[in-house]
Design a protein around this ligand. Structure first.
Ligand SMILES: Cc1cc2nc3c(=O)[nH]c(=O)nc-3n(C[C@H](O)[C@H](O)[C@H](O)COP(=O)(O)O)c2cc1C
Length: 377
C-alpha cells in the first residue's frame, strides 16, 4: 500500500515502496523506551496486546503478533488492526510531545499481512505543538462499572467528535433520538447475547478470562476477573459458565439473553453517553485509522474525566465474516442490516459508552513487560 502519513495532520502522499535509507540516529534509547511504553499502554480486545516492535536505527516496525491474533473474532485482523491503530496513535502523540514527528508508512509490504507500519521518527525543530492528549496515555483505562452520572454536554461531545475527525475519514455517530438509541441498544444486546449462545464465540470469550488470578488481583495479559465488574453473588455462576456443558444447560433457561441484558443493555441504559465509531470502509488501512481515532477519542474522554467502556462485538460480527456456526448465520446477517440502517454510509465498528463514575476504579488491566514485545532500542 505504501502510504506516507505525516504526523496526524492528515497529509497523505503516495510512496512507491521507498527503500529505507540509512540515516544518522537522532532518537536516544530513553526516548525509544518511552515511545514503546506509550504504545503498550494502548487498549486491545481482551487485553491481548497483539503487538511486536522492532527498531532499525530510528525506524520502528509495528507488527501484529501472530501468536496473539487471528482468533475467530479477529478474522481479517479487525480487532488487531484496531489495537495496532490505538498503539500507533499513543506512540505518535507521546513522541510529538517530545518534539518528534512520525513519517508513517502503513502496510509496507502487501504480502506481509502482519506488518502494519514502519514509523520513521525525526526531530522537528519547528514542532512546538502542545499535546494535551499525551497526559492521558497512562491514565486511560476501561471501566465496566455502572451506573454513571451525566450529562455529557454538547461541548464535551464536540471535543470527542473533533478528536475522531483528526484522523481522515473517521467519525462518531451519536444515537440521540429515543428511536436511534433503542436501535443501537438492540444491536449491541443481540451481539453480546450471541457471544454466549454461539459455542465458538463462548469458547473464545472465556479463554481470555484469567480465572486463576482470582477476583481481586490484576494480571499482565488477558482479562482479570477483577476488571469485569461481576457482582460477588454471581461470580461462582459466571465462573462455572466457562464450561461449555454448563453454558449450554443455562442457555436452555435463557442465560444468554440475561447476560446480553446485564453486560450491555443495562450498563448502557444507565450511562449518559453512547456513540459509535464509524469507518469509511473495511480496508485494513481504514480499520487501522479507526483504531487511531478510537484512541484519540478515548484519551480526550479521559482528560474530560469520563469513564469509558467499548463494545466491539456488534461492529465486528456485523461485518459478516466472523465464522460462527451455521445456526447463527441468520442472526449475524440481521445484525449486519441493523448496523447498516443505524450508521450508513460507513461501517460502525466500536460502540463507546461514557459517563462520570461515582467511585474510583478498583482494578485495572496490566501489561506484559516491554521486553516481551520483541524490541530492544
Ligand atoms: C478493539 C477493542 C475492542 C474492545 N472490545 C471490548 C468489549 O467488547 N467489551 C469490553 O468490555 N472491553 C472491550 N475492550 C477493552 C479491552 O478489554 C481493554 O482495552 C483491555 O482489557 C485493556 O484494558 P485497559 O483498557 O484498561 O488498558 C476493547 C478494546 C479494544 C481496543
Amino acid at each position: 500500500m505504501g502510504e506516507l502519513i505525516a504526523g496526524h495532520t492528515g497529509k497523505r502522499n503516495r510512496l512507491e515502496s521507498a527503500p529505507i535509507q540509512r540515516r544518522t540516529r537522532t532518537v536516544d534509547r530513553h526516548t525509544k523506551a518511552g515511545i514503546l511504553c506509550a504504545g503498550i499502554a494502548a487498549p486491545s480486545a481482551d487485553n491481548s496486546q497483539p503487538w511486536r516492535f522492532a527498531w532499525s536505527g530510528d525506524d520502528l516496525d509495528l507488527r501484529i503478533d501472530a501468536g496473539r491474533s487471528g482468533g475467530v473474532s479477529d478474522t481479517r485482523y479487525v480487532l488487531s488492526d484496531l489495537a495496532a491503530g490505538a498503539c500507533l496513535e499513543n506512540m505518535i502523540i507521546h513522541a510529538r510531545s517530545l518534539g518528534y514527528v512520525a513519517d508513517l508508512q502503513t502496510f509496507p509490504r502487501h504480502e506481509d499481512e502482519l506488518w502494519v507500519a514502519r514509523i520513521r521518527w525525526r526531530r522537528d525543530p519547528e514542532c512546538d505543538q502542545v499535546e494535551p492528549l499525551a497526559g492521558a496515555i497512562e491514565q486511560r483505562h476501561t471501566d465496566r462499572s455502572f451506573p454513571w452520572r451525566g450529562p455529557i454536554t454538547t461541548a464535551t461531545q464536540a471535543r470527542l467528535d473533533a478528536q475522531a475527525r483528526e484522523i481522515p475519514g473517521q467519525r462518531l455517530y451519536w444515537p440521540q433520538a429515543p428511536r436511534e438509541r433503542k436501535a443501537a441498544l438492540g444491536v449491541i444486546r443481540q451481539a453480546e447475547t450471541l457471544r454466549f449462545r454461539s459455542p465458538t464465540l463462548h469458547a473464545e470469550l472465556f479463554s481470555s478470562i484469567r480465572f486463576a488470578t482470582g477476583w481481586h488481583t490484576a494480571c499482565e495479559e488477558g482479562l482479570a476477573p477483577a476488571t469485569l465488574a461481576v457482582e460477588p453473588p454471581l461470580r461462582p455462576v459466571f465462573q462455572a459458565m466457562r464450561r461449555p456443558a454448563v453454558m449450554t444447560m443455562l442457555n436452555r433457561l435463557g442465560a444468554a439473553s440475561v447476560l446480553g441484558w446485564r453486560s450491555a443493555w443495562l450498563p448502557i441504559r444507565l450511562s449518559p453517553g453512547l456513540c459509535l465509531l464509524v469507518i469509511p470502509s473495511t480496508a485494513r488501512s481504514d480499520v487501522l485509522a479507526g483504531g487511531r481515532a478510537l484512541q484519540r477519542v478515548w484519551l480526550e474522554a479521559t482528560l474530560n474525566g469520563l469513564s469509558v467502556q467499548p463494545y466491539a462485538a456488534a461492529g465486528v460480527l456485523s461485518l459478516g465474516f466472523v465464522p460462527v456456526e451455521p445456526a447463527f448465520q441468520q442472526p449475524l446477517s440481521r445484525l449486519g442490516s441493523a448496523m447498516h440502517d443505524l450508521c450508513a454510509p460507513g461501517y460502525g465498528l466500536v460502540f463507546l459508552r461514557f459517563g462520570y463514575a461515582r467511585s474510583a476504579l478498583r482494578a485495572r488491566s496490566g501489561r506484559r513487560a516491554p521486553a516481551s514485545f520483541g524490541a530492544s532500542p
